[in-house]
Design a protein around this ligand. Structure first.
Ligand SMILES: [Zn+2]
Length: 92
């Protein structure tokens, strides 16, 4: 995540983030604020997502879409990301 045009921006996903999403992802991935465990998912979402902290592609493991280096999971943000911040042009 980077600051661009006075908004937070996902560089790998070519995606602007809403303030709500940025606050959630920043607290979890950057500031590492402790929180309740997220609910597990039964299905891997179709879209590709990237870690807000390190930019690696997130992997679906044990019901969680999460960073392979343990920075966190976006399970509670996938709906918002798909609805509010579609990112179909991914920078590989
Ligand atoms: Zn990471």
């Amino acid at each position: 995540m980077i600051f661009k045009n006075s908004s937070m921006y996902c560089e790998r996903g070519n995606m602007l983030l809403t303030h709500t999403l940025f606050a959630r992802l920043n607290a979890r991935f950057i500031e590492r604020v402790p929180e309740e465990p997220l609910l597990q998912r039964t299905q891997n979402p179709r879209n590709r997502f990237f870690c807000p902290a390190c930019g690696q592609r997130l992997k679906f493991v044990g019901g969680y879409v999460q960073c392979p280096d343990g920075h966190g999971s976006i399970n509670d943000s996938i709906f918002d990301l798909n609805q509010l911040c579609p990112h179909d042009r991914v920078n590989d």
